[in-house]
Design a binder for this molecule. Sequence first.
Ligand SMILES: Nc1nc2c(ncn2[C@@H]2O[C@H](COP(=O)(O)OP(=O)(O)OP(=O)(O)O)[C@@H](O)[C@H]2O)c(=O)[nH]1
Ligand SMILES: [Mg+2]
Length: 426
Amino acid sequence: MTDITTTPVITIALDRKKINFEYSVEELNNLVTANNMNVVATLTQKLDRPDAATYFGKGKIEELAQLVQDTGVDMVIANDELSPSQIRNIEKNIAARVIDRTGLILEIFANRAQSSEAKLQVELARLKYQLPRLHTSANQRLDQQTGTSAGGGFTNRGAGESQLELSRRTLQDRISHVQAELKEAQKANDTKRKQRDRSELPTVALVGYTNAGKSTIMNALISRFGENEEKQVMVKNMLFATLDTSVRKLTLPDQKTFLLSDTVGFVSQLPHQLVQAFKSTLAEAANADLLVQVVDYSDPNYQLMMKTTADTLNEIGVTGQPMIIALNKADKLEGPYPTREGNDLIMAATDDASIQNLVEMIVENIFDDYETKTLMIPFDRGDIINYLNENANILSTDYLADGTKITVELGGADLNRFAKFEVTEE
Ligand SMILES: Nc1nc2c(ncn2[C@@H]2O[C@H](COP(=O)(O)OP(=O)(O)OP(=O)(O)O)[C@@H](O)[C@H]2O)c(=O)[nH]1
Ligand SMILES: [Mg+2]
């Protein structure tokens, strides 16, 4: 059913005979829907490489022009990133505006951004995307913003300076300004992150393709183990629901505590300007001790989505971390769940047993250095007893003549910290 409030568009895609072509077109069409537009037709052409001037070949462009006329759409969206001149040349031949995949993704991010940091990150990415495309659009935009006709308001600036140079300088000034603002905004986050690092708690990051169920899993864990059940994150059935990183402290019934973070989802060909701009947001994943890759296992393309995730993690320099694969949304399939094989878990975010299994796997991975130790704590070290009560799983306590004998599970820095109190069991 077509929603009358959405904008009709035509998508165009070059089939370079790669195995994932159909998936990439499907993904583009999903991105279009996510941006409140609907695809009325998709035109594809088999070519080894895009036509340097017009992306599609000449005949196909004529076909596109006819299709634009027949459908009356105002916009055509290309499945690849186009050069500024390709956009211009296609627009010369058809009665519609042309945007490319990168421009579309940037637009979706711009519509979704909520926090000031996310807004700045998206603006920075958009400015960097515009910079090399200036001569197509920025002259007009600059005129609109300043209300001047070309050159008119700028006659006092260097006489020989062209409008293009002026526009470029304006953009570059804005980029510097946004970068400075971003630095400020990120300072606060860095401080928070440093405080957390100092707490030495293990960190786990949810990563994966957009709409896989990362935030839903985060919420399931918060409602069971969070300090404050109210601190849920947003879940929505749409691409890129989450743009900001959320970090929550979770404490398991045996006192084991870790930090869990949820962050922006991935899509293939995520514009590199965005990846760069979101690097600090994504640093949460880069610094994690363990990644949980959430996958929509009910999607027939789930393997390609996993490949996209691997590629994106590579691009942001996240390699080599231990990873749990949460094959989510199994409730939409026939097979049994939860089922576990090594570090893979077939699960559903809404299923208690699945979440329980996932937690067990997280515990195995991040608390693997835990050992059961027996400590003799002198009576004047009540501070240690308090610390262990709050932060460790105490298995037994005996009040003896020369102190408190405690059998406790210890891991990480605590193993060294309390080594001097260790006693060997007789
Ligand atoms: N049937 C089913 N639906 C699920 C499951 N997990 C999540 N969903 C639904 O999938 C949609 C997306 O979930 P989110 O948790 O927002 O996904 P996300 O990975 O955080 O997505 P982004 O923030 O956009 O990257 C929502 O409509 C959820 O209700 C599941 O196990 N089974
Ligand atoms: Mg999310």
